[in-house]
Design a protein around this ligand. Sequence first.
Ligand SMILES: [Zn+2]
Length: 265
Amino acid sequence: MLRTYWHCFKYLAQTAWRSFGRFPRECALCGYYGKFLGHGYPFVCDSLCPKCGSLESHRLLALANRDYDFFSDRKILHLAPDSQIRGLVLAHQPRSYVTADRSAPGVDVKENIEALTIDDHSFDVVICLHVLEHVNDRRAASELFRILKPGGILLAMFPIVEGWEDTFEGPGGSTPEERLLYFDQRSRARFFGRDARGRLAAPGFIVEEYTAIEPNVSRYGLTRGEKVFICSRPTMRRDIAMEHAVRAGIANGIDMPSRLHLPSS
Ligand SMILES: [Zn+2]
Protein backbone atom coordinates (compact mmCIF):
# COMPACT_ATOMS: atom_id res chain seq x y z
CA MET A 1 0.00 0.00 0.00
CA LEU A 2 2.88 2.37 0.83
CA ARG A 3 4.24 1.70 -2.64
CA THR A 4 0.92 2.84 -4.18
CA TYR A 5 1.03 6.11 -2.20
CA TRP A 6 4.64 6.63 -3.31
CA HIS A 7 3.58 6.27 -6.97
CA CYS A 8 0.81 8.78 -6.35
CA PHE A 9 3.27 11.27 -4.79
CA LYS A 10 5.70 10.79 -7.69
CA TYR A 11 2.88 11.49 -10.18
CA LEU A 12 1.93 14.65 -8.31
CA ALA A 13 5.54 15.89 -8.33
CA GLN A 14 5.87 15.17 -12.07
CA THR A 15 2.57 16.93 -12.74
CA ALA A 16 3.72 20.00 -10.80
CA TRP A 17 6.94 20.11 -12.83
CA ARG A 18 5.08 19.65 -16.14
CA SER A 19 2.59 22.39 -15.30
CA PHE A 20 5.20 24.87 -16.58
CA GLY A 21 5.13 23.30 -20.04
CA ARG A 22 6.60 20.32 -21.84
CA PHE A 23 6.88 21.35 -25.50
CA PRO A 24 6.78 24.73 -27.23
CA ARG A 25 3.39 25.46 -28.84
CA GLU A 26 1.96 28.23 -30.99
CA CYS A 27 -1.02 30.38 -30.03
CA ALA A 28 -3.51 30.83 -32.87
CA LEU A 29 -4.88 33.96 -31.17
CA CYS A 30 -1.89 36.07 -30.13
CA GLY A 31 0.98 34.47 -32.06
CA TYR A 32 2.96 33.55 -28.92
CA TYR A 33 5.41 30.69 -29.45
CA GLY A 34 6.83 28.87 -26.43
CA LYS A 35 5.78 26.74 -23.52
CA PHE A 36 2.15 26.83 -22.38
CA LEU A 37 1.04 26.34 -18.77
CA GLY A 38 -0.95 23.49 -17.25
CA HIS A 39 -4.57 24.25 -16.45
CA GLY A 40 -7.94 22.84 -15.51
CA TYR A 41 -9.64 20.18 -13.51
CA PRO A 42 -8.90 17.45 -14.45
CA PHE A 43 -5.42 18.91 -15.00
CA VAL A 44 -4.15 19.27 -18.58
CA CYS A 45 -0.52 19.97 -19.53
CA ASP A 46 0.35 22.60 -22.20
CA SER A 47 -3.14 24.11 -22.04
CA LEU A 48 -2.94 27.84 -21.18
CA CYS A 49 -1.19 30.45 -23.34
CA PRO A 50 0.83 32.57 -20.88
CA LYS A 51 0.53 35.67 -23.10
CA CYS A 52 -3.22 35.91 -23.86
CA GLY A 53 -4.74 33.24 -21.59
CA SER A 54 -6.21 31.22 -24.46
CA LEU A 55 -7.22 27.60 -23.88
CA GLU A 56 -7.57 24.71 -26.32
CA SER A 57 -11.14 25.55 -27.38
CA HIS A 58 -10.26 29.22 -28.04
CA ARG A 59 -7.38 28.21 -30.28
CA LEU A 60 -9.53 25.69 -32.19
CA LEU A 61 -12.18 28.33 -32.87
CA ALA A 62 -9.45 30.74 -34.00
CA LEU A 63 -8.19 28.13 -36.47
CA ALA A 64 -11.71 27.48 -37.77
CA ASN A 65 -12.12 31.23 -38.23
CA ARG A 66 -8.88 31.38 -40.24
CA ASP A 67 -10.46 28.97 -42.70
CA TYR A 68 -14.02 30.35 -42.76
CA ASP A 69 -13.90 34.00 -41.62
CA PHE A 70 -17.05 33.93 -39.50
CA PHE A 71 -16.89 37.43 -38.05
CA SER A 72 -15.91 40.08 -40.63
CA ASP A 73 -18.75 42.58 -41.24
CA ARG A 74 -21.29 40.35 -39.41
CA LYS A 75 -23.73 41.02 -36.59
CA ILE A 76 -22.37 38.89 -33.74
CA LEU A 77 -23.96 37.76 -30.47
CA HIS A 78 -21.48 36.27 -27.98
CA LEU A 79 -23.07 34.30 -25.12
CA ALA A 80 -21.17 33.77 -21.84
CA PRO A 81 -18.35 35.88 -23.32
CA ASP A 82 -14.66 35.51 -22.52
CA SER A 83 -11.93 38.02 -23.26
CA GLN A 84 -9.99 35.73 -25.60
CA ILE A 85 -12.83 35.19 -28.10
CA ARG A 86 -13.97 38.78 -27.67
CA GLY A 87 -10.50 39.89 -28.83
CA LEU A 88 -10.61 37.45 -31.75
CA VAL A 89 -14.00 38.72 -32.92
CA LEU A 90 -13.16 42.42 -32.58
CA ALA A 91 -9.89 41.93 -34.47
CA HIS A 92 -11.98 40.86 -37.48
CA GLN A 93 -14.10 44.02 -37.54
CA PRO A 94 -17.65 42.72 -37.12
CA ARG A 95 -20.53 44.96 -38.15
CA SER A 96 -21.74 44.81 -34.54
CA TYR A 97 -20.78 42.81 -31.44
CA VAL A 98 -23.12 42.17 -28.49
CA THR A 99 -22.27 40.16 -25.36
CA ALA A 100 -24.92 38.45 -23.24
CA ASP A 101 -25.11 36.35 -20.10
CA ARG A 102 -27.76 35.51 -17.53
CA SER A 103 -25.81 36.79 -14.53
CA ALA A 104 -22.17 37.65 -15.34
CA PRO A 105 -21.21 41.30 -14.81
CA GLY A 106 -19.96 43.52 -17.61
CA VAL A 107 -22.08 42.13 -20.47
CA ASP A 108 -24.13 44.28 -22.85
CA VAL A 109 -27.43 42.52 -22.12
CA LYS A 110 -28.71 40.10 -19.49
CA GLU A 111 -30.34 37.15 -21.23
CA ASN A 112 -31.55 33.66 -20.37
CA ILE A 113 -30.54 31.44 -23.29
CA GLU A 114 -33.64 29.28 -22.78
CA ALA A 115 -35.99 32.26 -23.19
CA LEU A 116 -34.25 35.06 -25.08
CA THR A 117 -35.92 38.48 -25.32
CA ILE A 118 -34.13 39.11 -28.64
CA ASP A 119 -36.22 39.53 -31.85
CA ASP A 120 -36.35 36.86 -34.56
CA HIS A 121 -33.67 37.05 -37.30
CA SER A 122 -31.44 39.49 -35.37
CA PHE A 123 -27.91 38.08 -35.79
CA ASP A 124 -25.63 36.63 -38.47
CA VAL A 125 -23.50 34.66 -36.00
CA VAL A 126 -24.04 33.44 -32.43
CA ILE A 127 -21.04 32.22 -30.40
CA CYS A 128 -21.99 29.73 -27.69
CA LEU A 129 -18.94 28.09 -26.09
CA HIS A 130 -19.35 25.70 -23.17
CA VAL A 131 -22.90 26.78 -22.36
CA LEU A 132 -25.18 24.05 -23.76
CA GLU A 133 -23.95 21.40 -21.31
CA HIS A 134 -25.14 23.61 -18.42
CA VAL A 135 -28.65 24.53 -19.62
CA ASN A 136 -31.68 22.97 -21.30
CA ASP A 137 -29.92 22.50 -24.64
CA ARG A 138 -33.08 21.72 -26.63
CA ARG A 139 -34.80 24.94 -25.59
CA ALA A 140 -31.55 26.88 -26.10
CA ALA A 141 -30.97 25.49 -29.63
CA SER A 142 -34.53 26.40 -30.57
CA GLU A 143 -34.09 29.95 -29.28
CA LEU A 144 -30.75 30.39 -31.05
CA PHE A 145 -32.29 29.18 -34.31
CA ARG A 146 -35.08 31.73 -33.89
CA ILE A 147 -32.80 34.75 -33.39
CA LEU A 148 -30.44 33.88 -36.28
CA LYS A 149 -31.09 35.31 -39.73
CA PRO A 150 -31.75 32.78 -42.50
CA GLY A 151 -28.25 31.74 -43.55
CA GLY A 152 -26.88 32.67 -40.11
CA ILE A 153 -24.55 30.45 -38.12
CA LEU A 154 -24.39 29.16 -34.56
CA LEU A 155 -20.85 28.30 -33.41
CA ALA A 156 -21.23 25.84 -30.53
CA MET A 157 -18.59 24.00 -28.50
CA PHE A 158 -19.10 21.58 -25.62
CA PRO A 159 -17.54 18.38 -24.29
CA ILE A 160 -18.73 15.31 -26.20
CA VAL A 161 -18.09 11.65 -25.44
CA GLU A 162 -17.89 10.09 -28.89
CA GLY A 163 -17.94 6.60 -27.37
CA TRP A 164 -21.48 7.18 -26.09
CA GLU A 165 -24.44 6.95 -28.43
CA ASP A 166 -26.69 8.86 -26.05
CA THR A 167 -26.22 11.93 -23.89
CA PHE A 168 -25.95 11.19 -20.16
CA GLU A 169 -27.87 13.53 -17.88
CA GLY A 170 -27.55 11.64 -14.60
CA PRO A 171 -30.37 10.45 -12.39
CA GLY A 172 -33.20 12.96 -11.98
CA GLY A 173 -32.83 15.48 -9.18
CA SER A 174 -29.05 15.14 -8.83
CA THR A 175 -27.48 17.08 -5.97
CA PRO A 176 -24.50 19.38 -6.66
CA GLU A 177 -22.21 16.73 -5.16
CA GLU A 178 -23.66 14.06 -7.46
CA ARG A 179 -23.19 16.34 -10.46
CA LEU A 180 -19.56 16.78 -9.42
CA LEU A 181 -19.24 13.00 -9.41
CA TYR A 182 -20.93 12.51 -12.81
CA PHE A 183 -19.88 15.65 -14.66
CA ASP A 184 -16.72 17.01 -12.94
CA GLN A 185 -18.54 20.31 -12.30
CA ARG A 186 -21.46 21.16 -10.01
CA SER A 187 -23.13 23.35 -12.64
CA ARG A 188 -22.86 20.89 -15.54
CA ALA A 189 -26.11 19.10 -16.39
CA ARG A 190 -24.92 16.51 -18.93
CA PHE A 191 -22.16 14.96 -20.96
CA PHE A 192 -23.23 14.87 -24.59
CA GLY A 193 -22.98 11.65 -26.58
CA ARG A 194 -23.02 11.32 -30.37
CA ASP A 195 -26.70 12.27 -30.37
CA ALA A 196 -25.62 15.87 -29.70
CA ARG A 197 -25.70 16.39 -33.48
CA GLY A 198 -29.36 15.42 -33.68
CA ARG A 199 -30.20 17.60 -30.67
CA LEU A 200 -28.59 20.59 -32.40
CA ALA A 201 -30.30 19.79 -35.70
CA ALA A 202 -33.78 19.48 -34.16
CA PRO A 203 -34.84 23.12 -34.67
CA GLY A 204 -33.71 22.95 -38.33
CA PHE A 205 -29.95 23.59 -38.27
CA ILE A 206 -27.59 21.97 -40.76
CA VAL A 207 -24.81 20.70 -38.45
CA GLU A 208 -21.24 20.52 -39.69
CA GLU A 209 -18.00 20.06 -37.78
CA TYR A 210 -14.49 21.46 -37.59
CA THR A 211 -12.28 18.95 -35.78
CA ALA A 212 -8.94 19.30 -33.95
CA ILE A 213 -6.64 17.01 -35.94
CA GLU A 214 -2.88 16.56 -36.28
CA PRO A 215 -0.57 18.31 -36.93
CA ASN A 216 -2.63 21.19 -35.47
CA VAL A 217 -3.18 19.36 -32.16
CA SER A 218 0.54 19.25 -31.43
CA ARG A 219 1.42 22.58 -33.01
CA TYR A 220 -1.27 24.68 -31.30
CA GLY A 221 -1.88 22.67 -28.11
CA LEU A 222 -5.42 21.49 -28.93
CA THR A 223 -7.59 18.78 -27.41
CA ARG A 224 -7.50 15.78 -29.75
CA GLY A 225 -10.80 15.42 -31.59
CA GLU A 226 -12.42 18.51 -30.05
CA LYS A 227 -15.01 20.03 -32.36
CA VAL A 228 -16.51 23.34 -33.32
CA PHE A 229 -20.10 22.58 -34.31
CA ILE A 230 -21.03 24.93 -37.13
CA CYS A 231 -24.81 25.04 -37.28
CA SER A 232 -26.29 26.86 -40.27
CA ARG A 233 -29.84 28.14 -40.43
CA PRO A 234 -31.05 27.26 -43.93
CA THR A 235 -31.85 30.08 -46.27
CA MET A 236 -32.50 29.10 -49.90
CA ARG A 237 -34.71 26.42 -51.40
CA ARG A 238 -31.67 24.12 -51.75
CA ASP A 239 -30.95 24.56 -48.04
CA ILE A 240 -34.53 23.74 -47.12
CA ALA A 241 -34.17 20.46 -49.02
CA MET A 242 -30.93 19.92 -47.07
CA GLU A 243 -32.81 20.65 -43.84
CA HIS A 244 -35.32 17.91 -44.64
CA ALA A 245 -32.42 15.53 -45.29
CA VAL A 246 -30.91 16.45 -41.92
CA ARG A 247 -34.19 15.89 -40.15
CA ALA A 248 -34.31 12.48 -41.78
CA GLY A 249 -30.86 11.79 -40.32
CA ILE A 250 -29.10 11.73 -43.69
CA ALA A 251 -26.80 14.71 -43.77
CA ASN A 252 -25.45 15.28 -40.27
CA GLY A 253 -21.98 14.49 -39.08
CA ILE A 254 -20.26 15.85 -42.18
CA ASP A 255 -16.66 16.48 -41.19
CA MET A 256 -15.20 19.83 -42.22
CA PRO A 257 -17.69 22.35 -43.55
CA SER A 258 -18.09 22.44 -47.29
CA ARG A 259 -21.04 24.74 -47.78
CA LEU A 260 -21.01 27.66 -45.40
CA HIS A 261 -23.12 30.55 -46.71
CA LEU A 262 -23.10 33.48 -44.36
CA PRO A 263 -25.70 36.06 -45.34
CA SER A 264 -24.25 39.13 -47.04
CA SER A 265 -26.05 41.56 -44.74
ZN1 LIG B 1 -2.01 33.49 -26.84
